[in-house]
Design a protein around this ligand. Structure first.
Ligand SMILES: *Cc1c(COP(=O)(O)O)cnc(C)c1O
Length: 368
């Protein structure tokens, strides 16, 4: 596809592969990596990231929804895929035929699913989800687990591949909640008559802070993209995370305006002297949240602020002096010694870098 608009995201798949390789060096040898590529690979591109991660040694990939799994298959990804959220039972037969693993939280669901797949050519691969303290999905006690085990044992075409849980507070300084969750998880896992082959618990934060909880596999998401799960984890990284994403555009229009002129919707920015104002072809429809007014961008290796209301497709910046139209502008990424990160945007917006990553708009082409 041709892109005439200069607003683009560059995705460095090599950085993702380096992060994965460094992770594998750091993890115990027997621990596999499940590369988490939900939400379009945290905005980086689901199929491309999955391909790169598998090439670099990831054992499987995981997504949040059945549709994301199908999109990966359509995109030519042949590796095992785990859907970590719950799937409608009507998806079971398709999942079995496509080698898509499903999370199971409920014996009733599994009984129905077993019925759907009893004649299928391939078994349905399942990972039993255990709620050890996140309070989201997963079975919570021994009785519920026994019920599921009973269904598995009574079914012909269900293959128990894994059991997993999810930590709620692994990115925080206090390790006690995570330890509690891990212990509870292991207590329930011990109830299986035979240990499932793939026991996994850790997200990026737990993987980076607690290698002792790595078990058979880790589900590594945000860290794969070079982003620390929280400021705290960022101060404790066992190896460097390389950022994979930059957001760039060009100055579309440059003008000098006199003192006392108003800029953009609502006229809320007023020049205090003669000022050079640049217009950028990027706006909130591209994920440049209106709350990013005042945020710096990089031009010519220098920081300069977005001024006035951010429009749907454009915004204005205050330039320290004249620049030529066509000059490169970095919104996320590095120019010389200056760097603007998703973390910086997240701080300004009062959110987390995860949300910044997944809200960069679809309209911004990803260049690999
Ligand atoms: C999103 C998600 C992950 C990955 O979390 P990161 O913090 O991005 O590493 C792992 N497990 C589950 C169940 C998830 O939903």
């Amino acid at each position: 596809m041709e892109n005439y608009r200069p607003t683009k995201a560059n995705v460095n798949l090599q950085a993702i592969q380096e992060n994965l390789k460094n992770l594998q060096h750091y993890l115990p040898r027997q621990t596999a990596v499940i590369a988490v590529v939900k939400a379009d690979g945290y905005g980086h591109g689901e199929v491309e990231v999955a391909q790169a991660a598998i090439e670099a040694g990831a054992r499987m990939v995981s997504v949040a929804t059945p549709d994301e799994a199908l999109h990966l298959r359509d995109g030519g990804i042949t590796a095992d895929i785990l859907v970590m959220g719950l799937s409608p039972v009507g998806f079971a037969a398709k999942a079995a035929s496509l080698g898509i693993h499903l999370a199971v939280s409920d014996a009733g669901w599994l009984r129905e699913a077993a019925d759907y797949v009893k004649e299928a050519d391939h078994p349905l691969n399942i990972h039993v989800k255990i709620d050890s303290g996140m309070g989201r999905i997963g079975l919570r006690d021994e009785n519920a687990l026994e019920d599921i085990i009973e269904v598995i044992e009574g079914s012909t075409n269900i293959s128990l591949v894994g059991a997993f849980t999810h930590f709620a507070c692994a990115d925080e300084e206090d390790p006690s909640k995570t330890e509690e969750q891990f212990n509870r998880f292991m207590e329930l896992v011990a109830e299986f008559p035979q240990r499932p082959p793939l026991i996994h618990a850790s997200n990026s934060a737990a993987t980076l802070l607690y290698p002792q909880y790595a078990l058979d596999a880790v589900r590594f998401g945000i860290g794969l993209y070079g982003i620390a799960p929280s400021t705290y984890v960022g101060t404790k990284l066992p190896f460097e995370l390389k950022k994979a994403f930059t957001l760039e555009t060009e100055l579309a229009y440059v003008k000098k305006v006199g003192k006392g002129e108003r800029i953009s919707y609502g006229g809320t920015y007023e020049t205090t002297q003669d000022e050079w104002i640049g217009t950028l072809p990027i706006g909130y429809a591209d994920g440049l949240n209106r709350g990013l007014r005042g945020q710096d961008v990089l031009i010519g290796g220098e920081r300069m602020p977005i001024v006035g209301t951010i429009c749907m497709d454009q915004c204005m910046v205050k330039l320290p002096h004249e620049f030529a139209a066509g000059e490169r502008v970095t919104l996320i990424g590095r120019q010389g010694d200056e760097e603007i990160t998703m973390e910086e945007w997240a701080d300004r917006l009062g959110t987390i870098p995860y949300e910044v990553a997944v809200t960069i708009g679809k309209r911004v082409p990803r260049i690999y």
